[in-house]
Design a protein around this ligand. Structure first.
Ligand SMILES: Nc1ncnc2c1ncn2[C@@H]1O[C@H](COP(=O)(O)OP(=O)(O)O)[C@@H](O)[C@H]1O
Ligand SMILES: [Mg+2]
Length: 264
């Protein structure tokens, strides 16, 4: 199992009092599986992901178990956490501009992680980056690496961030609303890149979205999250027809929002 979460509870300290946000989550992602985590805004999707990669400090209290490719993350030392982030798992978030340094060339930002984390030579890193940008559908990658984030569209930047995530060949990818800000065409292209990684490299993916219809179209299995609790798990085939929880019904009835083609 690439991701195995058992009875995960998370509380944030607020004015000296712990406020529990996740109330005992159980969730699994196997190799080659595309698994959805769906819930409305504020249900705890991002918190679950950030907890899985131990991106919180002392402000969050965690109990239960989170195993990434067999490695227990709760209680793990800094070195173990660093190794998991460097070798096993990657995170793609919604806003690529926040993930990239605005005053550095795209190529430098991407190369840095390969040089720093993996000790690659700059030449080897550069070759790999050009290859990766090509993989995510960026034309003329050898020119793009010399550009700055503000010179690229949102859709292009999201591809750059995905290339960065793929650069370490992670076995597990967390995609947190990674396609939510994209127009429908770019969204479809990015989903195709994800699906290719899953099919060809056996990547396991936790696909986080507020859009149950989108998850239903692509995922093998969907966990429905409501206020920090998984209220229902839907399996293919069938998916929506097996939904029994009223909250899931509400999400099903929520019409998908069509996005305008402003970004590409
Ligand atoms: N660092 C934090 N400190 C306190 N509360 C937080 C923090 N991060 C998230 N929360 C709370 O946790 C809940 C879930 O948030 P989040 O996981 O971001 O939801 P989602 O990604 O599903 O929209 C929200 O009520 C939010 O206010
Ligand atoms: Mg979120």
């Amino acid at each position: 199992m690439l991701l195995e979460i058992k009875d995960l509870r998370l509380a944030f300290e607020r004015r000296g009092e712990p406020i529990e946000i996740l109330h005992g989550i159980d969730l699994e992602v196997a190799q080659g599986e595309l698994v959805g985590l769906v819930g409305e805004s504020g249900s705890g999707k991002s918190t679950s992901v950030r907890a899985s990669l131990r991106l919180y400090g002392d402000e969050a209290e965690l109990t239960g178990s989170i195993k990434v490719d067999g490695v227990e993350m709760i209680g793990a030392d800094a070195n173990t956490v660093r190794n998991v982030r460097a070798d096993k798992a990657a995170l793609v978030q919604q806003d690529p501009r926040a993930a990239l340094n605005p005053v550095r060339r795209i190529g430098d930002s991407l190369a840095e992680q390969l040089v720093r984390v993996h000790g690659w030579t700059r030449t080897r890193a550069n070759d790999r980056i050009v290859e990766l940008l090509d993989t995510v559908g960026i034309t003329h990658p050898e020119l793009r690496v010399r550009q700055y984030p503000h010179e690229l569209s949102g859709g292009m930047l999201q591809r750059v961030v995905i290339a960065a995530a793929l650069s370490t060949e992670p076995r597990l990818i967390f995609a947190d609303e990674a396609t939510s800000a994209l127009d429908v065409t770019t969204q479809a292209e990015v989903l195709a890149i994800f699906q290719k990684q899953i099919r060809e490299r056996g990547v396991g993916m936790l696909f986080i979205t507020h859009d149950l219809h989108l998850a239903g179209a692509i995922c093998d299995r969907i966990y429905v999250l409501r206020r920090g609790e998984i209220v229902e798990t839907l399996h293919k085939p069938g998916l929506f027809s097996e939904a029994t929880h009223p909250y899931t019904q509400t999400l099903i009835e929520t019409a998908p929002v069509m996005k305008k083609g402003v970004e590409s």
